[in-house]
Design a protein around this ligand. Structure first.
Ligand SMILES: Cc1ncc(COP(=O)(O)O)c(C=O)c1O
Length: 393
């Protein structure tokens, strides 16, 4: 009998998918569900970006394009990185255009990971970081990032997790699902640790422009860090372009060469008209105003939830203000129920769709992820229902 790639048996399909399917089924049956489970901006892609793609198609850019990405797009990315993060990258050799952030992460991992290497990933974190490492035959070691330390690992936890086989540290700040990010000093210490043990750092910065406190520092912006850090980023969250599938990887030229080979031999290139739309999005001044308005809306909804939580004075749910991204990671631990049960019951009894914290790792158990990438009305109504339900338990 034929056998399949057994590595995939190690990847658990998360409860999130089951819940998401149930939410869709309930909605389809006409039930009024407030969906606060998605990680997708509720804003439309700015129409001028859509026009830029249409124009590129009409101009004939409907064939293969350059696998590395058009130079004008790579130059736009390099300008963004110097402007926002203060890091200089050579657009000719240190930037690769990818099929979104997830593909940038895949190419980064492909380029540096050997089977059996240890990969250190904070817990809780986005499941794909772990699943991708497993797919590529890495050995994932989760590093607890407890709520009690602001969802950032205690430094000793990195040291404890280290083995002779450790090759990569995966960071994602601001984090999905917690919105947390560490100080520059913490990153400096982590970079020193990576240098001492000859580790790579992959820094997923897809939420990098969404922050509500002091601007987060890119892991690559630390002195001496650029040569051992790969930045993963995309236009998905920052420009409301999740469906376009366009992002980038930035790092040392010899790694970008590996990643280019992996990209060429898997997807060939990102569609040229999409690359042109991405260049327009990154460079047109009016688009930067549109995205600033989106950021202001997330900040307003975050404030709304914090004000409501003050007003409702929940005794059961602890509301931790997120530093960045567009999620609240609500602490339900006092209820002593599994996060899956909480989400199932909130869906059935209160009509609110959420993501169980356990989908992000053991440290997420007892927490529930609620998005603020939804209308002000849905965020307010959904949050009220959540708290009312919790108080009855
Ligand atoms: C932490 C993190 N990285 C990457 C992605 C995927 O981004 P993209 O749409 O750019 O592939 C997501 C999507 O939710 C995410 O939460």
């Amino acid at each position: 009998m034929q056998s399949s790639n057994t590595q995939f048996e190690l990847i658990r399909q998360s409860a999130t998918i089951a819940i998401a399917d149930r939410i869709l089924a309930l909605k389809a049956s006409g039930q009024n569900i407030i969906g606060l489970q998605v990680g997708d901006p509720d804003f439309s892609t700015p129409p001028a970006v859509v026009d830029a793609a249409l124009k590129a198609m009409q101009d004939g850019l409907t064939h293969y394009g350059p696998s590395r990405g058009y130079l004008d797009l790579r130059t736009a990315v390099a300008k963004k990185l110097i402007r926002d993060e203060g890091i200089t990258y050579d657009p000719a050799s240190e930037i690769l255009i990818t099929h979104g952030g997830i593909h940038a992460y895949y190419l980064a991992m492909q380029s540096i990971l050997n089977p059996g290497d240890d990969v250190l990933i904070p817990d809780p974190s986005w499941a794909t970081h772990t699943n991708m490492a497993i797919m590529l035959r890495g050995n994932v070691i989760r590093v607890p990032a407890p709520a009690e330390n602001g969802f950032i690992p205690f430094f000793e936890s990195w040291e404890k997790a280290l083995t002779p086989k450790t090759r990569v540290v995966v960071l994602n700040y601001p984090a999905n699902p917690t919105g947390a990010y560490p100080t520059r000093e913490y990153l400096q210490k982590l970079q020193d640790f990576a240098a001492e043990h000859n580790l790579w750092i992959i820094s997923d910065e897809v939420y990098g422009s969404l922050y509500y406190e002091e601007k987060p520092t890119s892991a690559a912006a630390i002195r001496g860090a650029k040569k051992r850090t790969l930045i993963v980023n995309s236009l998905s969250k920052s420009y409301a372009m999740t469906g376009w599938r366009v992002g980038f990887l930035a790092g040392p030229a010899y790694i970008i060469e590996n990643a280019l080979k992996a990209g060429q031999n898997s997807i060939t290139c990102v569609a040229p008209f999409i690359q042109k739309a991405a260049t327009f999005a990154l460079t047109d001044p009016a688009i930067q105003d549109v995205t600033a308005n989106m950021r202001a809306a997330y900040a307003r909804r975050r404030e709304l939830v914090l004000l409501l939580s003050h007003e409702l004075e929940s005794e059961k749910v602890l509301v931790i203000p997120p530093q960045g991204a567009f999620y609240f990671f609500l602490d339900f631990r006092l209820l002593k129920m599994s996060s899956l049960e909480i989400c199932e019951r909130l869906l059935d009894e209160a009509g609110v769709g959420l993501v169980p914290g356990a989908a992000f790792g053991e440290e997420g158990e007892g927490f529930v992820r609620m998005t603020i990438a939804a209308s002000d009305e849905d965020v307010e109504a959904g949050f009220r229902k959540i708290i009312e339900w919790a108080e009855k338990q």
